[in-house]
Design a binder for this molecule. Structure first.
Ligand SMILES: *[C@@H]1O[C@H](CO)[C@@H](O)[C@H](O)[C@H]1NC(C)=O
Ligand SMILES: *[C@@H]1O[C@H](CO)[C@@H](O)[C@H](O)[C@H]1NC(C)=O
Ligand SMILES: *[C@@H]1O[C@H](CO)[C@@H](O)[C@H](O)[C@H]1NC(C)=O
Ligand SMILES: *[C@@H]1O[C@H](CO)[C@@H](O)[C@H](O)[C@H]1NC(C)=O
Length: 519
């Protein structure tokens, strides 16, 4: 045999074997070349050709499915994820079979989150004719106008079994302006205003909403949104026609994660004093307040000053900061005919009005305003008086260094830096307000007053609420003479040494001593 025929024989053998075993490189080359593997199969054995033909589609699928699964396992911590058999098979693409005795099985697998046009959280009667539903909407569904189309009222007829006819009205969606980054869900409200008053005979009733569930007019769903108890309507009308029974309501942010119970108690003690015992506090718990926290807050719960609203923190409806905006607006409507002023700030913020003014004076001077906003001065929580000025001092009394200027991320006058850039917080006259945001009101956004931070401010102890936060990293001996102190701790010169909050908390502890018994 000549050299040339040896080479030809080798090439033919390689082509044959690569077709048979589908060696990746050669198989590809052969398929691209003028040779056809099918021709080679047919040449060798017709049955082999059919076998390979029918299995080829599944071979084409399997290599795809395997890397998909591997990538999934690689991308997560292997210790925390166990891929079950079931999951494994469900992530596989189905095998294509031409055997009619085996029906092809295939299912839909959702990825990500569902975009509901309206997820309702609460509902409030506003007058004889009007109800407001408070909820969230998907930012995507929000682009399709009017997902909630109709509201219907059905009287409960004082509990009699006869079902009453329903009254219907057009629903108006209110898309609330938000001052935080939108997540998948943002706040929305529904205005249900009937032509005539409904349910004001105190007979109780049901409010239904009709929601569009598709692109076609007729695709709708009718759901119960609110049940009014017998007698509840006149309670609301009475409240509406009288001055509010409460001077101050406070609406807290959603409490989540591992938080410090003692800090919350101290915050309550201070604000109970600031508002002279005239405030009722509403806290929204999304898993941060456990039984041990409740025991610490017991004096305020038992004293009737604090209401904890346990709300679910639905992973299914991702929205900014555990639905903070939803709870703000729920609380606004809940307190609408309850309080003269409703305050919205965080539990790491302490509201303060320097002398000679008082908060009461400011509220009375501005009682015709729709809202009042306050500047924010960051406290330095890494520096702390150690040893404390008094052995019994709480953390908030040991943070004595404050930034010299209020928080402001633009170059306006930092003392009147508005809304988010100034990290402002605010109080509203809830009767004059439809919607609220985090750093200011949403609707109306006019008719209020923005106070210079020299007049009213919050001291912001950023991050202290978390039980994991490291407080007092730098211990400053404040008994040292001033020049020696500045020599040993040169960083204190960047800040204001400010005892106002420490002193105010001392007074607050005296004010609340009876309530807390132990202080
Ligand atoms: C609610 O709807 C009624 C009827 O359309 C309207 O008169 C009223 O101004 C609306 N209120 C708000 C807050 O949108
Ligand atoms: C329902 O009962 C209340 C008190 O019992 C009564 O004042 C009211 O008129 C009744 N309403 C109707 C519609 O029957
Ligand atoms: C706010 O108060 C500061 C400090 O007193 C002052 O410098 C500033 O001019 C005030 N701003 C306004 C707009 O009144
Ligand atoms: C703090 O300073 C005072 C005054 O100089 C001194 O007597 C005291 O020992 C210092 N305390 C600590 C813990 O260094």
């Amino acid at each position: 045999m000549g050299k040339a025929s040896k080479i030809i024989n080798t090439v033919v053998l390689v082509i044959f074997l690569s077709c048979l075993f589908q060696w990746p490189i050669f198989y590809g080359l052969v398929k691209l070349s003028i040779f056809s593997c099918n021709a080679i199969y047919t040449l060798t054995s017709p049955s082999l050709a059919t076998k390979l033909e029918t299995t080829t589609p599944s071979l084409a699928v399997k290599p795809k499915a395997t890397p998909l699964k591997d990538a999934f396992i690689e991308s997560v911590d292997s210790q925390t994820v166990v891929v079950s058999r079931e999951q494994e098979t469900s992530t596989m693409l189905p095998e294509l079979t031409l055997d009619p005795s085996k029906p092809k099985q295939q299912a839909l697998h959702a990825h990500g989150y569902a975009h509901y046009p309206f997820v309702h959280f609460s509902a409030y009667r506003d007058s004889g004719k009007t109800f407001f539903l408070i909820g969230i909407t998907s930012v995507v569904a929000r682009d399709f106008d009017q997902p909630v189309q109709q509201c219907e009222w059905q009287s409960l007829n004082n509990g009699s079994q006869q079902s009453a006819p329903t009254v219907a009205t057009k629903a108006h969606m209110i898309y609330v302006y938000y001052d935080q980054l939108p997540r998948l869900y943002v706040v929305a409200m529904v205005n249900c205003t009937f032509e005539e008053e409904v349910g004001i005979e105190n007979e109780g009733g049901l409010l239904f909403i009709t929601v569009s569930v598709g692109p076609h007019q007729g695709d709708t769903e009718r759901n119960l949104a609110f049940e009014e108890k017998i007698g509840a309507a006149s309670d609301l009308i009475t409240k509406r026609n009288n001055p509010p029974s409460l001077r101050i309501a406070f609406c807290g942010p959603p409490l989540h994660g591992n938080i410090r119970a003692d800090w919350i108690l101290h915050w309550l003690v201070y604000h109970h004093y600031l508002w002279k015992g005239s405030a009722h506090f509403f806290f929204y718990n999304v898993g941060g307040l456990g039984d041990s926290h409740r025991r610490v807050l017991d004096p305020f719960l038992k004293g009737g000053y604090l209401t904890i609203i346990d709300a679910s923190d639905e992973k299914m409806f991702p929205s900014w900061y555990h639905n903070q905006l939803l709870f703000i607006n729920d609380c606004l409507h809940m307190t609408k005919y309850l309080s003269s002023w409703t305050f919205f700030h965080d539990l790491d913020e302490f509201l303060f009005v320097p002398r000679p003014r008082t908060l009461d004076q400011l509220l009375d001077q501005n009682k015709e305003k729709t809202f009042i906003t306050f500047g924010s001065i960051p406290s330095v929580t890494s520096l702390c008086a150690d040893p404390p000025l008094k052995a019994s001092h709480w953390f908030v009394q040991r943070f004595l260094w404050m930034q010299k200027l209020p928080h402001c991320v633009n170059d306006e006058d930092p003392w009147v830096c508005l809304r988010g850039p100034g990290a402002r917080k605010y109080a509203v006259n809830p009767r004059k307000m439809i919607a609220a945001a985090v750093h200011g009101t949403s609707w109306p956004s006019e008719g209020g007053i923005d106070l210079n931070a020299t007049i009213a401010r919050t001291y912001h102890y950023h991050g202290v609420l978390s039980a994991e936060a490291k407080l007092c990293e730098k211990k400053v001996n404040v008994s040292l003479p001033r020049d020696q102190l500045e020599q040993e701790f040169p960083e204190v010169q960047q800040y204001n040494y400010d005892l106002s909050m420490s002193k105010a908390v001392t007074k607050a502890r005296k004010f609340s001593a009876l309530l807390l018994k132990t202080l």
